[in-house]
Design a protein around this ligand. Sequence first.
Ligand code: CU
Ligand code: ZN
Length: 215
Amino acid sequence: MPAKTFVPTLAVGAAVSLAAMVAWAQAPHATTGAHHAMMAGGTITKAIAVLQPTKDNPGVSGTVTFTQTGSGIQVVADIHGLTPGPHGFHIHEYGDPHSPDGMSAGGHFNPTGKPHAGPTSPARHVGDLGNIEADEKGHAKLDIVDPALSFAGPTSILGRGVVVHAKADDLKSQPAGNAGGRLAVGVIGVANPGPAAPATLPTPTPTPATRTTPK
Ligand code: CU
Ligand code: ZN
């Protein structure tokens, strides 16, 4: 009689599943420490984009870090291999560098539906970071705090793209400041909270899941 054996079988199955869940919940999990280190208090406080050169610009490289402060997100960029002078520098809608020309990053990140402008304009794309200025050696540095950026909600920049352009952003032409082609694209990801650069002295960390040496 299949109808009579069905119920006990189901009950045994449920009991086994419950036992397995209890055992899992009671067991220590190696990932717990790392999770807390990465998102202290459940909030992401630092992100990073490593720039990848587009097809015709193999010499362009750099990193951009984003750090939560009390007055907005601090953006620190360090980029090499540029021609001297200003280069348009934006957050684009997609953290997708798959196309050789960087066009897969889409247009400027604009969750609030505003026109293109400069970073100090009250009406601007969230992604409008303006220009980054390269010196005579092609090295560009930027260090700003931008209150329009965030790590949560509709204006969150996590998972979006960073783009460095061939030309200067004029901060007014629509839709993108007439900044020319795309030299490099990076994807904004959650930063590892450990040592930021090899030059930094290693500090003891209580998180066993953090790997500081290559395997
Ligand atoms: Cu751009
Ligand atoms: Zn824009």
